[in-house]
Each structure stands twice: as C-alpha cells, then as structure tokens.
Design a protein around this ligand. Structure first.
Ligand SMILES: Nc1ncnc2c1ncn2[C@@H]1O[C@H](COP(=O)(O)OP(=O)(O)OP(=O)(O)O)[C@@H](O)[C@H]1O
Ligand SMILES: C[C@@](O)(CCOP(=O)(O)O)CC(=O)O
Length: 374
C-alpha cells in the first residue's frame, strides 16, 4: 500500500494571463493537502476509487487503455475525471515500458473542501498530482518532480484544455514559485505521436519553473467568499478575446507579465513596498479586464474583501479566477492590530478568514530544482 499527498495552491499574481504559453504567474503551495492511497485491487482488470468527496466506491474497468465506469444505478456518477485521467496517463507510461497494469484500489481524502464545497485552493491540481505520485510509486516508477509535473500536465490537458497547470506546479514544487505553461495542444500532440515516455522527456517550449524567496516581513491572509466559482467558464470569457486578436487582451498579457516580473524582482531584492504596489496593480488590471469583459471576477463580496484590506493598510486581490472562491491579502507582519480588525470586518461582511500558511520548502526539495528554460 502506498500513500502520497500533494498540497493545494494560491495564485499570488499572473492568473488568466498564465493560460497563454510562456506567460508568467507567481503561486504558492499551502498547508492543506489531498492524500491518495493506492492498494492492490481485488478484481482483475478493475480499478476502484473511493473519495471522501463522494459517497460509495466507483468501479472502473480497463478498456483500450481507458477506465470506463462499471454500470452503477445508484445515481449520477461522481466527477472523478481528474483522478481517472491521472491513472490512465501513468498506466499508458507503464504499458509503453512493457510492464503489466494491475488491479488497483484508490482512497482519496481532501483538506481542500468543507462539506463537499471547494475553497478554490486547487483541489483538482492537488488530487491529480497526488494520484500521479501514488499510482507511479505503486508501479515502482521513480519519478522526479519534473516528471510528476509533466505527467500531471498531460493528464490535465486531456480533460481541461485551457488549464495552465499552475496549480500542478505549485503542488509538485511547493513554496513560492514563478511558473509559465507549455502549449497544451503541442504537448498532447507530442504524447499522441511519440508516446508518454518521450513526451515527458522532450523540450516543452513555454514551460518554466523557478523557485522564489518568500517576502520577509510580510504576512498573508486568505479570505473565502463562501461561494465556489467555476474557473473554466470565467477563463473562457477572457480567453475568447484572444481568438479575436483583441488589442485589449494583448495589452492585458503584456501588463500582466510586466507586473509579475516586477514582483519577482521585488521578492529578490526584499522590496516589500514595491511588492505591495504590484499586488494592487494586478488587482487594478483584473478589475479593468472584468469591466471590459463583464465575466464577473469581482463579485460584491470580493470587492469588499479587497477594499477592507486597503483600509487597514494592506494590499489584496482575488486569487485565481475570482467570481467567488478566495482573495489573498498581504500586510506588514507587525500589523497585529490591523490584522485583527481585518478579520473582524471580513467576518461581519460574510467573508471567512482561512488559517493558511505556506510551509517552508525542505533543502532536499530545493536541491531537486530545475532552472527555467530559455
Ligand atoms: N478529493 C477529491 N476526490 C476526487 N476528485 C477530486 C477531489 N478533489 C478535487 N477533485 C476533482 O477536482 C474537481 C474540482 O476542480 P475545480 O477546479 O472545480 O476546483 P479546485 O481545483 O478546488 O478549485 P480552483 O480551480 O478554483 O482552485 C472535482 O470536480 C473533482 O473532479
Ligand atoms: C484563471 C486561471 O489563471 C487561474 C484559475 O485559478 P483557480 O483555479 O480559480 O484558483 C486559470 C488557470 O491558470 O488555469
């Protein structure tokens, strides 16, 4: 039996733009995780999945390298597509290497939901990475962090073509990272033409990952609006502009990149004031984009969440797609009184402060780091 876990994430800056290959975002991994335990299954050719998100066990049968749910008349099948795609991707690699697939049972538990409602902390990314790690380890694969990210990216791209994979990168590498995504159509094409094994060892133009120093003397606070958001619909709303080669969208991408790069430099140089300025700038950028596209990044509660932080001297913005989910705030870490005031005002406005931290990355993991391409 093998258990692996993977953390959830928060976007610091760069969301939306990061869906375009090569565009940077900053993310952090949080101290809440999804765990996946893989044990030998009982029936040949079968995979059984149990998740604390859904009741009961879902049985799958392998048909042509795909997992097809066995008929279950107990109600609509739970949404296990991220888990299934992760298992299928690892098993394609196993088959390519001439190894036998085996009956499996997966048990999944999540700290990224409460009573079945997501907080917007990247549960889909965390469950994908934890499944890749656990199934890979069960089959005896010795996967490096980058190979786990690449398998997770391929598994995700098959079912969510727009997803940047920033959540996957944060989940794999942990800590503070700067990330840019590969072209997902390209890498899926590569996997089809060359197979999974060669695709995960090939050059992925656009992909980069770099570890960042956390800001010293700043604390961050996360507020949950209490409303889960549908990321894909929101992303489609903005990405639509790209298809039309819209001049607003081009300037959005350019401004986002400039903001993320300035944040990276501010973190490197310990320039907290500049970092806070860029957080505000990115909020403005998202607000302008929302005003033009009317996709609904800023709900009234999200606006209150951010405004309340400004009033106590900090800087805040939505984290991720917005439309609900979480906002992220940065404040001077000596501002204890302001922090208490902020939490009280958030609660009064129906915003729940979440106690979330970014765990420090162990030296061993830091030594595994790769540098950005290009
Ligand atoms: N514990 C789990 N067990 C099985 N599947 C899970 C689990 N957690 C997440 N998932 C999968 O991820 C999907 C949720 O993805 P979604 O993008 O809506 O939320 P999220 O990743 O938590 O939030 P966000 O994208 O806003 O960060 C679920 O529908 C399910 O397919
Ligand atoms: C809008 C986007 O950049 C971030 C979405 O973040 P979240 O899943 O809502 O936390 C989409 C993506 O990166 O795939």
């Amino acid at each position: 039996m093998i258990t692996c876990s993977a953390p959830g994430k928060l976007f610091v800056v760069g969301e939306y733009a990061v869906v375009e290959p090569g565009r940077l975002a900053i993310l952090v991994a949080v101290d809440r995780r999804v765990s996946v335990t893989v044990s030998p299954g009982e029936l040949a050719g079968r995979v059984a999945v149990r998740s604390d998100l859904y009741s009961g066990t879902v049985e799958f049968v392998r048909v042509d390298a795909r997992l097809v749910p066995c008929v279950d008349d107990s109600g609509p099948a739970p949404r296990l597509n991220h888990v299934v795609s992760a298992i299928e991707t690892v098993e394609r690699l196993i088959v390519e290497r001439g190894l036998p697939v085996r009956p499996l049972t997966l048990d999944i538990t999540s700290e990224l939901h409460e009573d079945g409602t997501k907080f917007g902390l990247g549960s889909s990314g965390a469950v994908t990475v934890a499944t890749i790690s656990a199934v890979g380890a069960f089959y005896g694969l010795d996967l490096t962090p980058e190979q786990r990210y690449r398998l997770a990216m391929l598994a995700t791209a098959r079912i969510a073509a727009r997803a940047s994979g920033g959540d996957l990168a944060a989940s794999v590498w942990g800590g503070w990272i700067a990330y840019s995504a590969p072209d997902r159509t390209d890498i899926l094409g590569m996997a089809e033409r060359l197979g999974i094994d060669r695709a995960i060892h090939a050059e992925w133009p656009g992909f980069s990952i770099k570890r960042l120093q956390p800001p010293a003397d700043l604390t961050f606070e996360v507020g949950w609006t209490g409303v889960p958001a549908a990321t894909d619909t929101l992303v489609a709303g903005l990405a639509e502009r790209n298809r039309n080669n819209d001049s607003f969208y081009r300037s959005f991408l350019w401004r986002s990149d400039e903001c993320v790069r300035t944040c990276i430099a501010a973190l490197r140089d310990g320039e907290n004031r500049e970092f806070l300025r860029q957080i505000r700038r990115f909020r403005d950028l998202l607000q302008t984009a929302d005003g033009i596209t009317r996709i609904g990044i800023f709900t009234p509660r999200m606006t209150t969440l951010c405004d309340t932080v400004e009033k106590v001297g900090g800087a805040a913005k939505p984290s991720g797609a917005g439309g609900g989910d979480c906002g992220i705030a940065f404040l001077d870490n000596t501002a204890h009184h302001q922090l208490e005031t902020l939490r009280a005002r958030w609660r009064a406005a129906g915003i729940r402060p979440l106690s979330i931290r970014v765990p420090a990355v162990e030296k061993e993991a830091r030594d595994d780091d790769r540098q950005p391409q290009g």
